[in-house]
Design a protein around this ligand. Sequence first.
Ligand SMILES: Cc1cc2nc3c(=O)[nH]c(=O)nc-3n(C[C@H](O)[C@H](O)[C@H](O)COP(=O)(O)OP(=O)(O)OC[C@H]3O[C@@H](n4cnc5c(N)ncnc54)[C@H](O)[C@@H]3O)c2cc1C
Length: 464
Amino acid sequence: MNSSSASHPLRVAVVGSGPSGLFAVDSLLRTAPQPVGIDVIERLPTPYGLVRYGVAPDHAKIKSVITTFAKTLSDERVRFLGNVAFGRDLTLDAALRFYDAVIFAVGAPNDRALGIPGEDLPGSMSATEFVAWYSGHPDAATREIALHAEAVAVIGAGNVAIDVARILAKHVDELKPTDIPHHVLDALEASHIKDIYLIGRRGPAQAKFTTAELRELGELTNADVILDPADLELDPASAEAVESKQILKRNLDVLRDFAAKPQSGKPRRLHLRFLTSPVEIVGTTAVEALVVERNRLDELENAVGTGAFETIPVQMIFRAVGYRGEPLAGLPFDAKRYVIPNDAGRVLASPGKPLTGAYVAGWIKRGPTGVIGTNKADAAETVRSLLADLPALPRAAEPDPAAVDRFLEARGAHVVAWHNWLEIDAHEIELGREHGRERTKVVAYEALLRRLREAREREARPVS
Ligand SMILES: Cc1cc2nc3c(=O)[nH]c(=O)nc-3n(C[C@H](O)[C@H](O)[C@H](O)COP(=O)(O)OP(=O)(O)OC[C@H]3O[C@@H](n4cnc5c(N)ncnc54)[C@H](O)[C@@H]3O)c2cc1C
């Protein structure tokens, strides 16, 4: 590696093109004191991480942050290298030949298990799988989900659980204007679902819902919300928490409205259950029922079983009890917190000892909490650390972007560049227009990428 006084522009790789990666790019572009060149390395052929593949399709307003992210990726100092996976196509050692620093912003793609018997029965799946399917994630391209169940349970008391319950509760016509792939709309159209149980382990004061998401449930045209007022009785500690926190107070107001509202005979019913834990999934060849136990809260607000059990007949179960990060090749990993250990974004090889040139941002840095905007300050902190370290960082030996391209080509990587993504983007918008929608997501990228390659080859062929 060269000395720190090297004259080339600062070269940074950002691994992951979700919110934290792209906020880090934006922060670098705005605050680096010298010229900078950034490669955004993304395992998928498409940018934007969970904004494209997590945020619910009927939340178009939230997804509109993509317009800002697209501006960042269009900056002439930034290159998008899609379809390139760190670990498979690039290692840290190789990356530090081409870049002065690498920021890992790879998110937390795995789900947490419930750890109860029957969890692996057909019909029981994670929200991660279900969300990937309805969002058209390439990893779920071959996944088929048939909604033959009449009753389903969604386990969890956060916004992801609400998203899943809401998508299941809505009439397909309400979802047609979204970008949901056609095969998913077909499956939703054929849904037999009548009852959806949303099950939270602790009380309403401990639930992680945001008020806007909760309120939306009361506005569903296709489903009544059913909530037993007894579930809203608070123990003294919860009552105190609700008095002192505005968000909890607002949530409780919304929940009390739900409990007071009579059913109006809508086709589907959404049952909200608090202080209820799943203890067993019952079935022989597929899910037939969920056994739950009634809980109470102890003095630390933890859920404790009361020994009162109930069996709810359901044929599908979606668990939405959290996400967790996974280790990246060649990088340290905290297997208890499922994050890459770090100090203000500096990756730590061991306590107090930074791994030279390696940084983290977003969910893999702090765990899977917060909204999209939370990643902005998080990424800015990482960039501040990187820029502060810069004078002492060894500089890349091969800072020329063409050297990365040659390396990836030699590894057999089929890089999807920014202009390729723009072609996919235009194709999705065109597909949508054919059906009167703003966009229809493409799921089978291989075929699309092949078509793009063939078109390029035809254009490049000399006219004889
Ligand atoms: C289902 C769901 C719904 C949500 N809804 C909302 C919402 O409505 N509003 C809101 O504000 N927040 C929402 N969030 C939270 C928000 O999505 C996250 O805060 C945010 O996406 C985290 O950003 P990130 O960049 O850390 O991770 P991600 O968004 O997951 O991005 C990580 C990126 O890294 C890529 N990657 C992973 N491994 C590699 C590798 N080895 N090599 C190269 N690239 C790699 C991934 O493909 C991905 O593109 C939701 C989250 C989920 C799960």
